[in-house]
Ligand binder design. Sequence first.
Ligand SMILES: [Zn+2]
Length: 193
Amino acid sequence: MWKDDDSLTQIEGLDTGTYPKKCPICGKSSVHLLMYRYSEMSTGGGSWIWCSSCRRYSHINVTIPKWWTNFDGLEVKQLFASPEYNIDDKREDIDRWVNKLISTKPDLSKEKPISITDDKTLYVIRIEPQKITTEEKAEFAARLCRCDKKLALELIENEGFELYPMPATDIRIVKEALEANGILFGISPEYKW
Ligand SMILES: [Zn+2]
């Protein structure tokens, strides 16, 4: 019987070292980690932390770090909240996968932070399709892309919604507006010039 226990998220250094890690509940070295990024366009995703000895687990929504690449040993339809379905069976492969990602991830503390005006990347904002259902939100999106409201609504409902590529200085403003309106979105860098 697997038991949901979000105290596992309090383990320090989940993104460093090697797996399996020591379990704060039972003390055995059998804590594993898996994340899943919903799409290339999004920083959102799910995370599983579980102990295969005492069978405690935590499954929550998280912001997926840049260094994460989705595990290729399970398809999305095989992922469920509880590790007893598939995830725990693959724990050794998953540990190897995570350990490799951790050992090759760039040391962010050494990266020079770039100021927003120095950032020459163009970004695309993608509004999550299912989340935009009301006329009011479509109106807002139409205003942002300066297009017809009906067209904006159709675009959103049928294929999600992308705003044209824009520089970091502009994206900050649009991002704030979207957040203030409670609209879910993903941002991806598109071009460098
Ligand atoms: Zn445990």
